[in-house]
Design a protein around this ligand. Structure first.
Ligand SMILES: Cc1cc2nc3c(=O)[nH]c(=O)nc-3n(C[C@H](O)[C@H](O)[C@H](O)COP(=O)(O)OP(=O)(O)OC[C@H]3O[C@@H](n4cnc5c(N)ncnc54)[C@H](O)[C@@H]3O)c2cc1C
Length: 270
């Protein structure tokens, strides 16, 4: 069984800054790490490797520095890594990113199973996984929380839904996105780190992809960032102070009256 795992390099800080002119994220000057939710995608693949002898290829699209997250995935136990890097990919939205990744999957595959994280902590759309499945015309199962079995070209799994779990059986090849519940993530081993250091990571560029059309980059991205604004929450609160004249009971009554006046709570009639 061949598995491809998609990982994204994201800024370590949650304090992501945007470029007001281009509407894109400022990615320089921040420490980059594996998207934390993609560690669960790696873990899922490595469990399948242990149980069924699958081979795991980890793929990322990003700048040259993204090599670092691929090395980390290799040191956790992934077998191969591929970096998709080209200035022509810059400015790609989720649609174009999904296209580039789907072409790399076709070119380096075939894969039986493609595993992505639930969402990236910076872009946060959760669109890339299902987008790739659409480009490849294969089924996508999102929010997978456990895998019951993966044999004979069929995957049985459970997915997290709003009020419980849904059992899904899907024919392979398929793409899944996984949630944290799938299991605790392992740490890289010393042996893995030594192996990762000597593992060659091929770089795929725009010209090396067997793409029919160059559907990447800012010019080919249908999403246009029209305006970026900072959301501000106006809180017209009320502060009450208990002192010699104003007892705690008075203070509570006054807050209840204030909240009821805003229809935030219902005041019980005496
Ligand atoms: C107009 C526009 C211009 C943009 N320009 C740039 C740019 O110049 N540079 C840039 O880095 N971003 C750019 N972006 C952001 C970029 O499109 C998204 O970061 C990217 O498509 C992933 O979307 P997301 O972060 O919402 O990921 P999600 O859809 O939330 O990610 C879900 C999962 O998909 C997989 N995944 C996502 N992205 C990748 C990846 N790159 N490689 C491998 N697996 C991945 C991971 O498994 C991840 O957990 C731009 C966006 C827009 C709208």
């Amino acid at each position: 069984m061949q598995i491809a795992v998609l990982i994204k390099q994201v800024p370590e800080t949650s304090n992501v800054k945007m470029d007001p002119d281009t509407g894109t994220m400022i990615r320089t000057g921040t420490e980059n790490v594996i998207n934390p939710l993609d560690l669960y995608a790696i873990e899922t693949a490595l469990k399948l490797k242990e149980s069924s002898g699958a081979a795991v290829t980890v793929i990322t699209m990003g700048p040259e520095q993204a090599r670092k997250v691929l090395k980390e995935a290799l040191s956790m136990g992934c077998d191969k890594a591929i970096l998709l890097s080209d200035r022509k990919f810059a400015g790609s939205d989720t649609w174009a990113t999904s296209y580039v990744l789907s072409r790399a999957i076709l070119d380096s595959g075939p894969y039986d199973l493609i595993i992505a994280g639930e969402r990236a902590t910076d872009g946060d759309t959760g669109q890339v996984g299902p987008g790739i499945a659409a480009w490849l015309d294969i089924p996508a199962v999102t929010f997978v929380s456990s895998i019951e079995s993966c044999v004979f070209s069929r995957l049985d799994c459970s997915r997290l839904i709003e009020d419980g779990y849904q059992k899904v059986s899907v024919a392979l090849p398929a793409l899944i996105t996984v949630v944290k519940e799938i299991g605790a993530v392992r740490l890289p081993t010393l042996k893995g780190k030594i192996r990762a250091r000597s593992t060659d990571i091929p770089v795929l560029t725009a010209d090396s992809l067997s793409a029919h059309k160059p559907l990447w980059g800012l010019a080919n991205s249908p999403t246009k960032v029209v305006k970026i604004g900072k959301a501000t929450v106006a809180r017209a609160g009320k502060r009450v102070t208990v002192d010699d004249k104003f007892t705690a009971d008075n203070a509570v009554d006054s807050l209840i009256t204030f909240l009821a006046g805003k229809d935030l709570i219902q005041k019980e009639s005496a």
